[in-house]
Design a protein around this ligand. Structure first.
Ligand code: SF4
Length: 494
């Protein structure tokens, strides 16, 4: 990942502002509750949802176990279909490859669609530094770009904006990027959509180069698959002469038939639709190889690693690579609903961001070391995940890594990382708890002492413990330890 967000404060500090912003919280609450309720209805319609979920998990796990095999197969199929495959180990390499490819066309602008991977690597900034303008064409991404903002949701990147705010952004910014907003633009969704359509259309018709991501790549055929809802993807993927797709290596699936599962689970989990509005698939340059003017004349696929093979080496954490970016886990998360997406310091916010970013980037920065704690561990994310990623399990695994340190894989090499700063008291408390729990006699004596001294219970813990008691009441010890009560009432019998 790029270092774009690494200077950010830890999650609690980053979230503080959002939590105090009533408008933002209202926007988030309305949007997440609407999507989550619709999703629940869409999923209940399918009698075999649990089997689809298990099948999606199995396909992804199988592919990840044999990732090297399927990536080579994909490369062969894309190449045979007239495309060119590039391998990028990290963000710097990917940005360099894309910049050189655009430069080679002689163009100074690109249109973009559906690409979290390019946000992950900071491609827009890299292109800008090379004098190339990148125009986002997803409506929400357009709003974010025009507003000089950052995405805060996987599916609805401008979820933190309401209609009036979007109207103001369009009125003030559209003219600086191209066709201005119509005079007297209101905040009716249809008016806003029409303004975006007119603004983008001239870019689609002019663009010679497009940059995309992909939701899936089919190894057996070399087919790329993009799911989108606005038709902008179809424009980007068919009109420009050169198409460059930047895709994370975990997006590959073995066969075309495997798509059947995700064609059902992804739309229902993300937009709560039975069927995706625009699903575009292309295989290299197709049979005509662009000769009839249908589709691009050059196709480049940039396969992005950027921490993924290191994540794959972690037996617990690798399940995060099953993610199909549906965003269902964000919409049910009580922490995301209150903190919003920006506090996660990554293009991947919410529960999936809390486990993906610290694995892709490592836990060395303040923000990444804090993300595994950005959860109540309620488990709602696991319940809704269409590929059954056990997010709470990975969160606990990463918390252990942050507090204890231990072995991890970095750039393919096994190294031992030190515990993150600020967890000394936590480690000492855990060591003390372990000592006590290993000695039943000492535990019993300690419980009796606490019961006798219950009147002296402080309202607030001292030192680092005060952070806990600032927002919670310290439990009052019982008058009598449970073991003593049990022995008295039941005579020690079970
Ligand atoms: S972790 Fe699961 S629920 Fe969350 S975005 Fe990924 S696939 Fe969707």
């Amino acid at each position: 990942m790029t270092a774009t967000h690494l200077g950010m404060p830890a999650f609690p500090a980053a979230a503080r502002e959002a939590v105090r912003d009533d408008v933002l919280r209202a926007n988030l609450r309305r949007a997440t509750h609407t999507i989550r309720d619709k999703r629940a209805r869409a999923v209940t319609e399918l009698a075999d949802w649990d089997r689809l979920r298990a099948a999606g998990k199995a396909v992804k796990d199988h592919t990840l176990r044999h990732l090297d095999h399927y990536l080579l197969r994909l490369e062969a199929a894309v190449t045979a279909a007239g495309g060119t495959v590039h391998w990028a180990a990290d963000a710097t390499e990917a940005n360099r490859i894309v910049t050189e490819l655009v430069r080679a066309t002689g163009e100074r602008e690109v249109v973009k669609v559906k690409s979290m991977a390019t946000q992950e690597i900071g491609l827009n900034e890299a292109l800008e530094a090379a004098g190339i303008a990148a125009y986002e064409t997803d409506l929400a991404e357009l709003i974010v770009q025009l507003g000089h903002d950052r995405p805060s949701h996987i599916l609805v990147p401008a979820i933190h904006r309401n209609r009036a705010e979007i109207r103001d952004v369009f009125r003030t910014e559209m003219g600086r990027w191209g066709r201005p907003a119509p005079d007297g633009l209101g905040d009716d969704p249809r008016e806003l959509a029409e303004a975006a359509r007119l603004h983008l259309r001239e870019k689609f018709l002019r663009a010679k180069v497009a940059v995309s991501g992909a939701n899936f790549m089919v190894a057996e055929t070399g087919t790329m698959v993009v799911f989108e809802s606005e038709g902008n993807g179809r424009m980007c993927l068919t009109l420009p002469e050169t198409l460059i797709s930047v895709v994370g290596i975990e997006k590959v699936v073995p066969t075309f038939r495997d798509l059947e599962i995700f064609l059902q689970t992804l739309p229902r989990s993300s937009t709560a639709e039975r069927m995706n509005p625009y699903t575009t698939m292309w295989t290299g340059l197709g049979p005509s190889k662009g000769a009839d003017g249908d589709g691009p004349a050059a196709f480049h696929l940039v396969l992005l690693d950027n921490g993924r093979t290191d994540t794959l080496a972690d037996e617990v954490g690798r399940q995060a690579l099953r993610c199909i970016r549906c965003s269902a886990c964000l919409n049910v998360c009580p922490v995301y609903e209150r903190a919003g997406g920006h506090a996660y310091g990554s293009v991947y916010p919410g529960p999936i961001g809390a486990i993906l970013s610290p694995q892709l980037r490592g836990t060395g920065s303040g923000i990444d070391a804090s993300l595994p704690y950005a959860s109540t561990l309620c488990g709602a994310c696991y319940e809704v995940c269409p590929v059954a990623i056990d997010i709470p399990e990975v969160l606990l695994h990463l918390r252990e890594r942050v507090a204890q340190g231990g072995p991890v894989t970095r750039e393919g090499i096994r190294v031992r990382i030190r515990p993150a700063r600020g967890h000394t008291a936590e480690r000492a408390a855990m060591r003390a708890a372990r000592l006590l729990l290993e000695r039943p006699g000492a535990l019993r004596a300690g419980e009796r002492l606490l019961s006798r001294a219950r009147r002296l219970r402080p309202r607030r813990l001292p030192g680092p413990g005060s952070a806990w008691t600032d927002s919670r009441e310290l439990p009052r010890p019982p008058r009598e330890p449970f073991r003593d009560w049990w022995a008295r009432e039941r005579g020690g019998r079970a």
